[in-house]
Design a protein. Structure first.
Length: 299
């Protein structure tokens, strides 16, 4: 669920004034929240002073200024380094630094041991989307449900909020899962443009066709989800795996003819061939998910 802020502005601290941190600070300032900001490189934080932010000299000073503390730093190690030795007792630490599920769980235990409540976050937006209610950007949150409920309206100021559970690793898990899917999509997009590059096909004319096709195919994720939950990969199959693998030969041969490397395709087509070889030709390609699980137990 995406929430809209309704509560009066409260003061908060932001650790990190990079591109994303700066965008967050500006969004909260614009909404009337008093913001204390700290950055390891002081000049970046000082630039926000003219916009109304209070600049702290140290991370400890910034944390002591407010109960709600937002961390948006380079990586998990940066969070640990910035807050080393800082008293977190009674603080609400919301970590919007990109990390892994294990980072989130470990950092949650670390914060709790130091007397703080903890939320981890995964930002599904780029800086220009922050503070724009119509951008579609949002942030996954996981960890303390009480912390989220108390600060939900404040957290919803820069971008929409989606709480995904008490497990502090779930925000990063959702974030990275979506980003991984995006990476795979961009790999396919790169391959598609490479195929047409040497031909009399204008990329700008091809782009709308590609975008429309990807949009039309996207709903297939719902069938994949249903098949996984049923444990029945033959449910609702339109084009079975045997047909898909046969069709892959044309994709690979076309790449060869066009002088294009198939290295973005072959990892996936190879997995499809393996699942087919295990006797799943009448199923969909969903079984590839099982092949990706390390130490899997074949059905």
């Amino acid at each position: 669920m995406t929430d809209k802020p309704t509560a009066p502005p409260i003061p908060l601290t932001v650790l990190g004034a990079g591109a994303m941190g700066t965008a967050l600070v500006r969004a909260w300032l614009a909404a009337g929240h008093p913001v204390t900001v700290w950055n390891r490189t002081p000049a970046r934080a000082e630039a926000l002073a003219a916009e109304g932010a209070t600049v702290a000299r140290t991370a400890a000073e910034a944390v002591s200024a407010n109960r709600l503390v937002i961390a948006c730093l380079l990586d998990d190690a940066s969070v640990g380094a910035a807050l080393a030795g800082v008293d977190l007792t009674g603080r609400d630490l919301v970590n919007l630094t990109t990390g892994t599920p294990a980072d989130g769980r470990t950092r949650a235990a670390w914060a709790t041991a130091r007397g703080a409540r903890f939320l981890d976050g995964g930002i599904m937006a780029v800086p220009p989307m922050i503070g724009d209610a119509d951008s579609g950007g949002y942030v996954f949150y996981s960890g303390s449900s009480a912390l989220f409920a108390e600060h939900r309206d404040t957290l919803a100021v820069p971008a929409g909020t989606r709480y995904v559970g008490e497990d502090p690793g779930f925000a990063a898990l959702h974030d990275v899962a979506l980003l991984s899917a995006m990476t795979g999509m961009f790999a396919g997009v790169s391959h598609a443009f490479a195929l047409i590059r040497r031909e009399d096909v204008a990329p700008k004319d091809f782009a709308p066709l590609l975008a429309d096709w990807l949009t039309a195919m996207a709903p297939a994720v719902h069938l994949t989800a249903e098949q996984l939950e049923r444990g029945d990969y033959s449910h609702g199959v339109v084009s079975n795996l045997a047909m898909q693998v046969a069709g892959n030969a044309t994709l690979l041969r076309t790449a060869e003819e066009q002088g294009v490397s198939a290295e973005l395709l072959t990892p996936y087509t190879g997995l499809m061939e393996r699942w087919l070889a295990e006797g799943h030709g009448e199923e969909d390609g969903t079984g590839v998910v099982e092949l990706l699980e390390v130490g899997r137990n074949p059905r």
